[in-house]
Design a protein around this ligand. Sequence first.
Ligand SMILES: Cc1ncc(COP(=O)(O)O)c(C=O)c1O
Length: 446
Amino acid sequence: MKQMACQEWVNRDAEVVATCQHLSYFPLVVESAQGDIVTDKDGNRFIDFLTSASSLNLGSCHPEIMSAVQEQFQKCTQYTPAYTYNEATITYAENLVSVYPGGVKAKIAFGNCGSDANDCAVKFARAYTGRKKIITFLNSYHGNTYGSCSMTACTPRMREKMGPFLPEIYHFPYFGINLPDEQVERDCLQAIENAFSMYLSPEEVAAVVIEPIQGDGGILPAHPIFIRKLYDLCQKYHILFISEEVQQGFYRTGKFFAIEHYGVIPDGIIMGKSIGGGFPLGAFMARADIMDSLPAPAHLFTLGGNQVSCAAGNALFTILQRRAFQEQLARTIKLLWEEAGQLQRKHPDVVGFVRGIGMSMGIGIVKKTDTGEYRADPEGTYKILYRAYENHLLIINVGANVLRVQPPLNISDDHLRKGFAILDQAMTDFEKGDIPDAVLAGKKGW
Ligand SMILES: Cc1ncc(COP(=O)(O)O)c(C=O)c1O
């Protein structure tokens, strides 16, 4: 595979861009991206299983989104919503509040990304409840502003050297579907209840903020018993239950919001990534009484919720709401899980688990130890994804050993099958010992 032009740009990048800005897996310099294909500077074409970190749920440059954006460009690129009003932003707000689960009367505050949407949730939760403390979870990722970074707990590299962080954030264990029901039933609230009885007064907790599926933590859906118990606990102590949907919202899981799979109605929803149809946007929406608890300018941004991002978002929203799209998505989800099942059956000693919901899937790579147990295999994971990259599939890992499978929701059947064929070949090569240790030199991702 040709890499020369890409490598040259990567070298230039190293001279001028801070190291902390890339979790790099391979020297992929994006030249163009259309639909479910990404093309690099050397002309290599990749099937996209990354979807720009789940921020392009309808793939790159969807024609309807592009034409809505072009139309908006003709009128106005952006004029700050901080001092003025505009049609695109207002209609997008109307659209988003209209899909608030349970038909709750909601309002929205826009920002620029998922990180500041998390900050926003903390501000409103504190203002509305008059309480300071926030509960989040181990292994979570909420973003990289100071507030959202303080809520995150998935790698010390997001903490070291940068403290002090936002105070009054408490992290507790997350209980995923990988655990047996009895254990979840017995243990899932234990650490929180212990804390409540020893040092953390529940009457001082403003909100619980939870990813219904931990994304960067390893595509791990919360156990339904955990969500139910947590929700009931929140109800008991009048703590806001906030669903963090930055990575899993906008039909990534087959429903508009991932929390809808759990049958609870959150007090607030944090959004980012795909909300902007490919343009920078983030938002927090919650019950109207919560959103009325802060005065201007407590949370506004010059460019937050600007016309172009909202025009793109409106076009995305229209497509997501179509029955034809939803029916096609159901078929694509079925195909995705069939393909993953086949892969697991073919490589039982490499694929330890396949988990997730809808089009948000994690494939766990394991190795058999001398005693016959299976352990996470971070190096094997990297070798497989690197070979997949060499064979033109764009895929990364999250957690130590989880391949992140989040293709565009509208990926073609052909490309979905081809993507899995590439993974199959990469695993076969790995099993045969055909992927040299030398590739591990490039392992710099999560
Ligand atoms: C669950 C979750 N929350 C928040 C963020 C932060 O979003 P952004 O990087 O767009 O600010 C991310 C990004 O990966 C995420 O996955």
